[in-house]
Design a protein around this ligand. Structure first.
Ligand SMILES: Nc1ncnc2c1ncn2[C@@H]1O[C@H](COP(=O)(O)OP(=O)(O)OP(=O)(O)O)[C@@H](O)[C@H]1O
Ligand SMILES: [Mg+2]
Length: 238
């Protein structure tokens, strides 16, 4: 049984048919990437998994249990955490307060909280140095680290990452992607949405290509890297 499974999912915004029957599986321990251009439906897919949107047809399953009618906060409790597009951190709250909000499923200052905080700050030493600084005064890369760190504070089984490379310099993107790999090696399953297909295919095990709300290709990351259509459309290869 896959850890996460989307089965023929259709999601709408009013009359806009954004996901047109997509099926995606993510096995325990994998990094799976969803690539596609602007408006393809990548963020909509993550919002549908985390319960922010309810699909009109189809099912979303976590470890065999249907979650597509479960409210978002209960989905966090069940083990799915979402780091949204555009790093929605709280600019007027400190780094520490942002991390505390991510940990809301544990009682504050419980032993779990201290352990999780230490794990996140070890992963992101820059956040430890800036623990009292306001989120809004962090650099773009640091804000992305905070967004990922906050998502990790609920100890997710599945981490949903929406465009962690957006707006960051290549050297920072490399660092963030190394950390994503570390998070995965430590046991967290990852669904990674990216426009930067070059980077995401370099760390993913498998991938899906989404186009206008439909999955048009699915394969191992290596095969996708070598696929001519993917190279032309998403890897900038002529
Ligand atoms: N709140 C909304 N209301 C109406 N339509 C929306 C809304 N959010 C997204 N859409 C539409 O749904 C489709 C998929 O959008 P989505 O944000 O999932 O794309 P994406 O693949 O994440 O794109 P990007 O790479 O630009 O982030 C687009 O056509 C978009 O215009
Ligand atoms: Mg998006």
């Amino acid at each position: 049984m896959a850890l996460l499974e989307l089965n023929n999912v259709h999601t709408y915004y009013g009359h806009i048919h954004a996901l047109k029957g997509i099926s995606v599986t993510v096995e325990q321990g994998e990094i799976v990437t969803l690539i596609g251009s602007n408006g393809a439906g990548k963020s909509t897919t993550l919002r549908t998994i985390s319960g922010l949107l309810t699909p009109r047809h189809g099912q979303v399953m976590l470890a065999g249990k249907r979650i597509d009618r479960v409210p978002p906060h209960d989905i966090v409790h069940m083990g799915i955490s979402h780091s949204p597009e555009g790093r929605r951190i709280f600019p007027n709250l400190s780094v520490m307060e942002n991390l505390e909000l991510g940990a809301y499923i544990h009682s504050a200052y419980s032993p779990e909280f201290e352990d999780d905080l230490d794990r996140v700050l070890t992963m992101f030493p820059r956040l430890r140095e800036r623990i009292r600084q306001k989120g809004g005064t962090l650099s773009g890369g640091e804000q992305q680290m905070l967004a990922i760190g906050r998502a990790l504070m609920s100890r997710p089984r599945v981490l949903l990452l929406d465009e962690p490379s957006m707006g960051l310099a290549p050297v920072i993107v490399e660092q963030i992607f190394e950390i994503i790999q570390d998070i995965n090696r430590q046991g967290t399953t990852i669904l990674l949405v990216e426009q930067n297909a070059l980077m995401s295919l370099s760390i993913a095990h498998r991938g899906y290509v989404l186009q206008s709300g439909e999955i048009v290709l699915e394969d191992s990351a290596r095969n996708l890297q070598e696929n001519e259509t993917v190279q032309k459309a998403y890897l900038g290869v002529d």
